[in-house]
Design a protein around this ligand. Structure first.
Ligand SMILES: Nc1nc2c(ncn2[C@@H]2O[C@H](COP(=O)(O)OP(=O)(O)OP(=O)(O)O)[C@@H](O)[C@H]2O)c(=O)[nH]1
Ligand SMILES: [Mg+2]
Length: 442
């Protein structure tokens, strides 16, 4: 399959000033000779007319680059055509390319997959590149960039190396000792090493939820009694009219979500049905959904009407982190205000307190998600294999009575889990799943 030559539009589809078409595979030198009459010097852009092979017909003029393998992104000969970004130009170029032997359109992620298969990048870096392309906020970009530059892989390779060394020590011990006579010092040294390592891996694993939230979004749920101004607050945060606002209690039934960028972090804010006793089935279902969302949230904004006497309204018990906010401060009398002075006060109507609320949210989210510039696990695949490695190391450490050979096997399994994480070993079965979520041309 990798003897096919693949091509794709690597820039976005549609009409544009410039489009980038990438071609990778063994046919690249012949394609360059056939279409621009030469193979340009490696990595130097040349401006040339691009011709239909075998004819004098010019398709377009553009910049062409040649990256010879194995020093290219795919590890194969690779060419880039920077052409004018029109549909007919692209199609003419694709038509010419497909006439070369075994030259076909690329599958999504196929360029990156070839890079991976030719040892240009590991699996975590490849995932990092896909995340980088998808990144919408600054925190997502930073996280993906660290991963794409191989920071996770460096760490996992180092851990795996240490485990393999410990395993080798123990296996040598088994080979050279007489039966039943194992060298205690060697064993203890390996054990100490593994113990330190297991702690490091567990600590790293604990940061996984932060990494995954940065990737998928921090979930904030606005909940509270009916008519408190929850939907009004959502609209104010979103700066547009997303949810229906009315003075009828029980207006919102479905959960309404907006995506925001707060301090560079992706945040998903949900407006929910107000909480009250009700005999209306639809409203009751809405309240049930509110409770589910609140239980799942990273943060709940519990919003009440400062001017109303709904003191009985209490936040759902299993809601996680909570900040209390009193809305409609414009309606409140002086005594009311001082009684509740501890909670944040807002008036969506006048805008008072909203910047402070956003500030408070941003601070909490930053505290919750700060990674100290470290590369951390970012998806469930990472969490799964790190968990496996951790389990096998614990098994090794726990079972003092177990036969040494079996304990060496625990280490081997831990090393394998880390190897699968970076894709250094045995990952054929998951490649399609990983690379198919890439864009075409990547
Ligand atoms: N005076 C004043 N009125 C407000 C304020 N915020 C919202 N309101 C009004 O309060 C009423 C209820 O607002 P909503 O945003 O629909 O309240 P809700 O909490 O979403 O209500 P439900 O969806 O029914 O649970 C509307 O008439 C709003 O215009 C505020 O800060 N001050
Ligand atoms: Mg509402």
């Amino acid at each position: 399959m990798s003897s096919d030559t693949i091509y794709a539009l690597s820039s976005a589809a549609g009409r544009a000033a410039v489009a980038l078409v990438r071609v990778s595979g063994p046919e690249v030198p012949a394609i360059l000779m056939g279409m621009i009459g030469e193979k340009p010097s490696p990595r130097k852009a040349v401006y040339r007319s691009i011709r239909r092979p075998g004819t004098e017909e010019i398709i377009d003029d553009g910049l062409i680059l040649f990256f010879p393998g194995p020093g290219s992104a795919t590890g194969e000969d690779l060419a880039e055509f920077h052409i004018h970004g029109g549909r007919a130009i692209r199609h003419a170029l694709f038509e010419c390319l497909s006439a070369f032997p075994r030259c076909r359109p690329a599958e999504p992620g196929e360029f990156s997959q070839r890079g991976f298969e030719n040892g240009k990048l590991d699996l975590t870096a490849a995932e990092g590149i896909a995340d980088l392309v998808d990144a919408e906020t600054e925190a997502q970009r930073r996280q993906a960039q660290r991963q794409a530059s191989g920071q996770l892989a460096m760490r996992y390779d180092d851990w795996r190396e240490q485990i393999v060394q410990a395993q080798a020590l123990i296996e040598a011990d088994i080979d050279f000792s007489d039966e039943g006579d194992v060298d205690d010092a060697v064993y203890r040294e390996s054990r100490d090493r593994v113990e330190t390592l297991a702690k490091e891996i567990d600590q790293h694993l604990q940061s996984a939820s932060r990494g995954e939230i940065i990737r998928s979004g921090y979930r904030v749920v606005i909940a509270g009694p009916t008519n408190a101004g929850k939907s009004s607050l959502l609209n104010a945060l979103a700066k547009r009219d997303v949810a229906i606002v009315s003075d009828q209690a029980g207006t919102t039934r479905d959960v309404i979500e907006v995506h925001l960028d707060l301090a560079g972090y992706p945040v998903i804010v949900s407006d929910t049905a107000g909480m009250r006793e009700t005999s209306d089935d639809v409203e009751r279902e809405g309240i049930r959904r509110t409770l589910v969302r609140a239980a799942d949230a990273d943060l709940v904004i519990w919003l009440r009407d400062l001017s109303a006497s709904d003191e009985l309204a209490t936040p759902p018990k299993d809601a996680g982190r909570l900040i209390k906010v009193l809305n409609k401060s414009d309606l409140a009398s002086g005594s009311n205000q001082s009684a509740n002075s501890k909670a944040l006060q807002t008036s969506v109507k006048t805008g008072a307190g909203i910047p402070q609320l956003i500030e408070r949210l941003s601070t909490i989210i930053q505290e919750d998600l700060d990674t100290d510039g470290e590369a951390i696990p970012t998806n469930s695949r990472h969490r799964y294999y790190l968990g496996q490695a951790s389990q096998h190391l614990s098994a090794f450490l726990a079972a003092d009575s177990k036969h040494l050979e079996l304990r060496a096997e625990d280490l081997r399994l831990a090393a394998t889990a880390l190897g699968r994480l970076t894709g250094r070993i045995d990952v054929e079965d998951i490649l399609d799943q990983i690379f198919s979520r890439f864009c075409i041309g990547k």
